[in-house]
Design a protein around this ligand. Sequence first.
Ligand SMILES: Cc1cc2nc3c(=O)[nH]c(=O)nc-3n(C[C@H](O)[C@H](O)[C@H](O)COP(=O)(O)OP(=O)(O)OC[C@H]3O[C@@H](n4cnc5c(N)ncnc54)[C@H](O)[C@@H]3O)c2cc1C
Length: 464
Amino acid sequence: MTDGHQSGRDAVVIGGGLAGITAALALADAGVRVTLLEGRPRLGGLAFSFQRGQLTVDNGQHVYLRCCTAYRWFLDRIEGTALAPLQDRLDVPVVDVDKPEGRRLGRLRRDALPVPLHLGRSLATYPHLSLADRAKVGRAALALKGLDLADPDLDSQDFGSWLTAHGQSARAVEALWDLVGVATLNAVAGDASLGLAAMVFKTGLLSDPGAADIGWAHVPLGELHDRLARKALDSAGVRTEVRTRVTSISTDENGAWTVQVPGETLRADAVVLAVPQREAHDLLPEGALDAPENLLRIGTAPILNVHVVYDRKVLEKPFFAALGTPVQWVFDRTDASGLREGQYLALSQSAAQDEIDEPVAVLRERYLPELERLLPGTRGAEVTDFFVTRERTATFDPAPGVGRLRPGARTRAPGLYLAGAWTATGWPATMESAVRSGVSAADAALSALGRPRPSHLFDVEEAA
Ligand SMILES: Cc1cc2nc3c(=O)[nH]c(=O)nc-3n(C[C@H](O)[C@H](O)[C@H](O)COP(=O)(O)OP(=O)(O)OC[C@H]3O[C@@H](n4cnc5c(N)ncnc54)[C@H](O)[C@@H]3O)c2cc1C
């Protein structure tokens, strides 16, 4: 691009996570010549796979919901939909091991009734809540449904206090609200912004009956976010460079952008900065944001995954959630990982601040006995592999007040746009948020470049 730069045609996207891949595809589909630069040796950012001997391992279990329309658009665009199917109907087995009588299985499921009755039957028979709690959950759900997501006050309150004020007992928070909320927000209710929590629960559980049906990759994440994404980028004509870390961006006297990577200077009419908030802060040219220091005030939150391979099958279901134990969600990763014998389980532990730095031996001592309580079949089984993956900055911290720190796609610097799950999409740090941000950045760039938006591009509603 250094030589062939033609005004109005060239864009550089920095960061090959889902936000950057999306922005690159959207811009290329509109006829813009795009270069995508990624510092690591692969695309996919925070949602990736690696090899461990024969095993293909995801850095962390990822799920999405039917209401994640942007991520579903993305899957479609990379021709990956069939590889990450959705459940026909929401069905979450929830095992409680903290009962005098031993293990107890409950289910969160929906039936064919309209919202909110679609969850009514399941809640009415949910054994992990008392009758009184079940009735109060229904009332809180209706109150949540009535919240206006556009009200900025919601972001300054915490979800836990709101739940208490709406009659939710500690048990209801643990067995229902946090069961879903910790996995989707990456914080317990008391630490989470009411605005983000309301967004998740309203959209997922209280909008459309099928909204919370769960989907997940039946192949390694890298197959989708690296291989298929790369294939789609190649066919769209995007020049993709991995192992290429951007060191600075600036404008020249004509307002054209210069992007510096080791050994090359790229020129562009538009730049999309789709890197994490701290990296964005460090690369942003002066004056690009009114309050760039806000980016550094957006905290981060860790997710730990505990991986256990058994010599035999110990779990019949594809996944379940757990109560009365430190174990949160357990997924069967056997087929996706390529394991031929035995079973490979991944435990997804969100809001893992207290455990993220624990040595593997400590985590092994803690989690293997818990799995024995949850899954009796593990008791006679041999553990053939045990390891952990730690993502210290898995998501932005969804704390109250975070909403006002998240910038939109446009900056004050003409031709420079921001993307990333942490930008102002209205969503918590999810794949959905990342894809939405990429679409918003591409939309803003296309309108400034005077180019029509491709008709198949996902439509982003204005963030709350
Ligand atoms: C363990 C774990 C579990 C998760 N579970 C879920 C889940 O179940 N469901 C869900 O929806 N979401 C989940 N998430 C969140 C989801 O993965 C992220 O929100 C999303 O992938 C973020 O995408 P992004 O493109 O915004 O950012 P990133 O993925 O962070 O991408 C940014 C990219 O920029 C690159 N980069 C940085 N600096 C430079 C530079 N100077 N030059 C070039 N490149 C640079 C980085 O290498 C990176 O590839 C999970 C995350 C983790 C870690």
